[in-house]
Design a protein. Structure first.
Length: 585
């Protein structure tokens, strides 16, 4: 039976520590069939120094050296963190069992008795190398992300904890952690499929590697930059030996620019970006999880700033997260209670000052947190999808109140009521049927209800939003594009969707006194809306000169603090009783 050839390992290095120069020539000749590289040292001191600089895959150690015994060398190797895992085969001429037992107890992987034969030496070396290779592969499988080949969470935490301990023990050493989340990844993954999503993640990993040149060693804890994938579309970079957070910001800007370059995924050319949170070791962290947590918090702050940017962690961000968690818990408890109420901001004719409608605005009066404005709790409700039952409740309260006004104040009550939709609702296929049922139960005709959406919401749910808005329009519900001029303002959106009303954002109204260009832009918006057959409502009117200009431009309707603030029900009703509002048309 023919034996298979030995497995060669061209990358393996064998360190021979022996004071006999003839042994080196003999060992090199005997191990040549294995394809390994052999280096040597004549004594223990030189051998340990060479081992520390070369990090060999295996050490052949003579038990009887001029300056130490094999047992003493084994003890010194085991005490060195960088060398403790290097396997050692002790070469000895002793037959004593106690000597061999002591060698194994001291950490030897195997032993050879002198004199030895080539076949025996090769077999012992091959066995140890194979075992080391297997252990390395198992270690790699346990510490490497299979999709990208990057270190996974387990290895990242080990590396990060080592960097934290080094920062604690070494004066002047610092490092930074960057937490990256890929913007629009879910959209790409859902629209093109998971295979394309995986291709994108692998390409992102390749770009990170190419631009950071990380240390990818798995079996050894070494310094250097680490790039890891936590899972999903989240990556973490540990930037080694970085003096401060400002230096990390420069690296983050460079990575964001690299990741914003187009990706060719098969036949598809896609674009993405990254939101990056940064935290530096100068804050005195003691645990890896704490540092990852704060970098994650900073990443969410970067997303809140508009994505495709970075944010450096501050303690105020952590306090904001704690408050957000408290709000989330309180929000779950508050659903179905009377903590929520509506206020109503009048919408009037700018020519006659007649009341033409009211916009229902949600307020939350929490028994401990006090009065909370929508900007603080609506994003939490959207993220947790608690916005769906909350929005249904808002529509029900608004329609019920509107129907009551129509009955009690038929001459003064507004002819319509406006309610805002959330971006999460625009992805809910049951929204139209459920909303119409609420209107019917309250006794309100759909034509008396105006639903308002922003263009940014439409862009996130483009296909579903078209279907839902068409459904509302079919049943007579009025539709308004809210916040026009706040940053998106694609004119095609006004043609694609069945809007009845264009609401000009307060940001554009505030600019009208800063130059003729802004007034001309505002005039163009009003003219465009009129040509498209849309009613125009100017939001955020706060100063008399703004009102005068809008009237001069022919803007039909307006709302804002100059006209009236959002009012409690009792205040509105008192005005109607006292006939302080002109009758609605």
């Amino acid at each position: 039976m023919t034996m298979p050839p030995p497995v060669t390992d061209q990358d393996a290095m064998i360190l021979l520590i022996d004071d006999d120069p003839d042994i080196l020539m003999l060992v090199e000749a005997m191990l040549r069939p294995l394809g390994v590289r052999v280096v040597s040292a004549p004594d223990a001191t030189a051998g340990i120094a060479l081992a520390d600089t070369t990090r060999p895959d295996l050490i052949l150690l003579d038990h009887d050296l001029p300056d130490a015994t094999g047992l003493e060398v084994l003890a010194r190797l085991q005490a060195a963190p960088r060398l403790a895992e290097v396997p050692v085969i002790v070469v000895t001429g002793s037959e004593r069992r106690d000597v061999l037992t002591a060698c194994f107890s001291a950490g030897a992987a195997d032993y050879l008795r002198k004199p030895f034969f080539g076949a025996e030496l090769r077999a012992r070396v091959q066995t140890v190398l194979d075992h080391r290779r297997l252990v390395a592969e198992l270690g790699r499988a346990a510490h490497v992300d299979t999709l990208t080949g990057l270190p996974n969470r387990a290895l990242l935490q080990r590396r990060l904890q080592g960097a934290i301990e080094r920062a604690r023990d070494v004066d002047g050493y610092g490092f930074a952690v960057m937490f990256l989340d890929i913007d629009r990844f879910k959209l790409i993954n859902d629209s093109l499929g998971h295979d394309m999503g995986d291709l994108l993640l692998r390409e992102i990993a390749r770009r990170l590697r190419a631009n950071l040149r990380p240390q990818d060693s798995v079996g050894r804890d070494v310094g250097g930059t680490t790039v890891a994938r936590l899972g999903g579309d989240e990556f973490v970079v540990v930037l080694d030996d970085l003096p401060d957070g400002a230096a990390a910001s420069s690296v983050a800007d460079r990575l964001i620019a690299v990741l914003e370059e187009p990706y060719q995924l098969g036949q598809h050319l896609v674009r993405s970006s990254a939101s990056v949170g940064i935290v530096h070791s100068d804050a005195g962290y003691t645990h890896a999880e704490e540092m990852l947590r704060d970098a994650d918090i900073a990443m969410y702050e970067a997303k809140a700033r508009g994505k495709g940017c970075h944010a450096r962690f501050t303690p105020a961000m952590r306090e904001a997260v704690r408050r957000r968690l408290r709000i989330e818990t309180a929000l779950r408890d508050a659903l179905g209670t009377d903590q929520f109420h509506l206020v109503y901001q009048p919408i009037v004719s700018l020519e006659t000052r007649r009341l033409e409608g009211v916009e229902a605005l949600l307020r939350w009066r929490h028994p401990e947190l006090g009065l909370l404005m929508p900007g603080e709790f609506i994003p939490v409700a959207e993220e947790t999808r608690l916005i769906l039952p909350l929005a249904d409740r808002v529509l029900q309260m608004a329609c019920t109140q509107f129907a009551e006004w129509q009955h009690r104040f038929p001459r003064h009550a507004p002819p319509s009521i406006s309610v805002n939709l959330s971006r999460v609702q625009l992805a809910d296929p049951g929204l139209v049927a459920r909303s119409l049922a609420i209107m019917q139960q309250a006794g309100v005709d759909p034509s008396q209800v105006q639903l308002e959406v922003t263009e940014s919401q439409l862009m996130q749910q483009r296909t579903m939003a078209m279907e839902l808005l068409d459904g509302f329009k079919h049943h007579g519900v009025r539709l308004a594009m809210d916040d026009f001029g706040a940053g998106y303002s694609s004119l095609s959106c006004l043609q694609e969707y069945p809007f009845d009303v264009l609401k000009i954002d307060r940001a554009l109204i505030e600019q009208v006194n800063r130059g003729r260009g802004y007034a001309a832009l505002l005039h163009a918006v009003v003219t465009l809306a009129e040509n498209l057959g849309l009613d125009v409502v100017a939001e955020g009117i706060e100063r008399p000169e703004q009102l005068a200009l809008l009237q001069g431009l022919g803007c039909t309707y307006g709302q804002g603090f100059l006209i009236d603030r959002p009012l409690e029900v009792a205040v509105l009703e008192a005005r109607w009783r006292n006939a302080q509002w002109p009758e609605a048309a």
